[in-house]
Design a protein around this ligand. Structure first.
Ligand code: G6P
Length: 615
């Protein structure tokens, strides 16, 4: 959470920083600010509460220009979203500024120490201790900016990422990454350099990047970067070229990123499948996940760990991997996994799923797996992210940058990745015959076409959604493989429309929740043709008989459902192992339409952030 940017070079930093922050706004939007070196010995700051546009207007009212510069978009942890708490934060002398992402866990202790030394705090943030600590060494002990920052960082506990700039040394920016509090990526231009917490902020300028590992810092000048450990030892590093197309991070004709990303699912799934399957042989291969038959046969258990939408993908993955490869799978939210002392050993696999590859809880769960000797696999979207680099093998999602906070294409892609992983493991473990595999691959090849058909029905789903705009509560019910679809559908609606939506295993309704049903408490039931169809039908009857309006998601031509339900969202017939993909798309549209009809900002819902790099 929180977005960080930095620029050093011959151009005016201001438009570059503002543009970079716009690309990172999905990481937090409680406040935003920039600091720019404006002239001999002088750094000026502009900050504003709320979304980035407020800062843009503040800069228009009171223009500044210069280089280098740093910027920040905030997701509040310590201290309310006020101007005082907005970054960048300035040292007492005014000559040092810092932007920060993460949490300084021992900040109260450090603050007390600094106050006793005479430092005055102007904000409630934990960040301010960092800038005062740097000043303690830079001004107090006459150390260089690099050395002062290095000394200051050694006091911090927790996961933190920073970029620092100082008026006495305007020829450099110093940046550091401690733990997993989001990445620091350094971008290489021609005679200019960029820093950002995430790739989208860099792609307008360069595709040549270097990533800071936890425990590393860098001195960035116009001409390049030097990396060091926190002990000040130089580190060798690689500059890599990222393949993403900057245009992919533009909204284009679409009203919102969420809508654009819903529509990108056809292409995303096509790219996800392409190059990985051999239709003739019924085989799947992943470039960065090399598994030997011996290794596949030796796996005792797979632990899937993830957060939010990625966790729901993991729940579907359990059914896929167990059915196809006959391996026991346990799925755990990462925030629990890390403290559960899970019974993992060297014969187990910990499989993390993460769009960003930077979610702190997920990374900590991976570390727990590593500590216990398990093999680490990851399904990740952001190239070069921490999860990708930590894993022994990974599958990349191939869907391009996902900007909207509510995840859509980064939900359906891992479903397909898990299906393909099931096929691969099924082959290697001998649980699937060549004939079965060919059929399963053939089913997969038709999936993008089916999703495209679903998207052609967007207006039909929207018309149903419009009838439910004023609701206050809703249940999403599913069974079997669609329990996760119910959870995901409910999450989409609640996070962008603020309607109380609960996903529930349909068979559990009778053990309590059914008491809530009444005529203004609708139920959205997932009733496609699958092994749980008959059971789901009776659950729909039970809901109807309690007077609840029912929206059913059903397979084309299903008359029985049509007779029972008030409204039907039809999807084309889909093999049941792949139906979580076609079934979730109408639910994404349903949530999107309700939220936009309510006039809400779907891409940046309140209190949320795209990438949660704090615990
Ligand atoms: C945040 C986002 C969710 C996302 C979750 C996990 O809560 O708002 O959309 O599902 O983090 O993120 P990850 O990047 O690990 O998939």
């Amino acid at each position: 959470m929180c977005g960080i940017v930095g620029y050093i070079g011959p151009r005016d930093a201001v438009p570059i920083l503002l543009n970079g922050l716009r690309r990172l706004e999905y990481r937090g939007y409680d406040s935003a600010g920039i600091a720019v070196y404006t002239g001999p010995g002088e750094i000026q700051i502009r900050r504003n509460v709320g979304k980035l546009q407020g800062l843009v207007e503040a800069v228009e009212r009171e223009p500044i220009s210069g280089s280098p510069g740093i910027g920040h978009t905030r997701w509040a942890t310590h201290g309310e979203p006020t101007v005082y708490n907005a970054h960048p934060h300035r040292s007492q002398s005014g000559r040092i500024v810092v932007v920060h992402n993460g949490i300084v866990e021992n900040f109260l202790e450090l603050k007390a120490e600094l106050v006793a030394e005479g430092f005055t705090f102007r904000s409630e943030t934990d960040t301010e201790v960092i800038v005062h600590l740097i000043e303690r060494y830079l001004e107090g002990e006459n150390l260089s900016l690099f050395e002062a920052t290095r000394r200051a960082l050694r006091h911090l506990k927790g996961s933190n990422a920073v970029v620092v700039m100082a008026a006495p040394e305007p020829d450099k920016l110093v940046t550091a990454r401690l733990g997993n509090a989001g990445g620091i990526t350094i971008g290489y231009g021609q005679g200019e350099m960029f820093i950002a917490s995430d790739l989208p902020a860099l792609l307008d300028h360069t595709r040549e990047v270097a990533f800071l590992e936890p425990g590393q810092m860098a001195v960035v000048t116009r001409d390049g970067a030097r990396l060091y450990t926190l002990d000040g030892e130089p580190v060798d590093f690689q500059v890599t070229t990222v393949p993403w197309d900057p245009v992919a991070a533009e909204k284009g004709e679409y009203r919102h990123f969420m809508l654009k990303e819903i529509h990108e699912q056809v292409r995303g799934l096509t790219d996800t499948i392409a190059g990985r399957v051999d239709v003739e042989q019924g085989r799947v291969r992943f470039l960065h996940l090399d598994i030997s038959p011996q290794q596949a046969r030796g796996i005792r258990k797979i632990f899937i760990t993830a957060c939010g939408t990625a966790y729901h993908a993991g729940l579907v993955g359990k059914t896929l991997l167990e059915r196809l490869a006959r391996i026991p799978v346990e799925v755990m939210v990462a925030s629990e996994f890390r403290y559960a002392d899970p019974l993992i050993g060297p014969d187990d696999v910990v499989l993390a799923i993460s769009q960003s590859g930077e979610t702190a809880d997920t990374l900590a769960a991976m570390e727990e797996g590593r500590r216990k000797g398990a093999t680490l696999w990851a399904i990740v979207n952001v190239i070069g992210s921490q999860a990708m680099r930590m894993a022994d093998g990974y599958i990349s999602m191939q869907v391009g940058p996902e900007i909207s906070v509510a995840s859509t294409k980064a939900y359906t892609a891992p479903l397909v990745d898990l299906y393909m992983l099931g096929l691969l493991l099924g082959e290697l473990r001998g649980t699937l015959s060549a004939e079965q595999r060919r059929r399963l691959v053939d089913d997969l090849m038709h999936l993008p076409e089916l999703v495209s058909e679903v998207l052609r029905r967007e207006d039909d789903y929207a018309a149903v959604a419009r009838q439910y705009v004023p609701i206050r509560n809703i249940f999403y019910l599913g069974r079997g493989i669609h329990m996760a679809t119910a959870y995901e559908g409910a999450l989409k609606l609640k996070e962008i429309s603020y309607i109380h939506a609960e996903g529930y295993p349909a068979g559990e309704m009778k053990h309590g929740p059914i008491a809530l049903l009444e005529p203004d408490f609708p139920v959205l039931a997932l009733v496609p043709q699958d092994p749980w169809y008959e059971k789901m039908l009776s659950q729909v009857e039970q809901a109807k008989s309690r007077g609840a309006p029912v929206i059913a998601l059903a397979t084309d031509g299903d008359e029985r459902v049509a007779e029972l339900a008030d409204h039907v969202l039809y999807i084309p017939p889909t093999p049941w192992l792949l139906a979580p993909v076609t079934a979730v798309v109408p639910l994404q549209i349903f949530a999107y339409v309700i939220a936009t009809e309510r006039g809400l900002d779907v891409d940046q819902p309140r209190n949320l952030a795209k990438s949660v790099t704090v615990e």
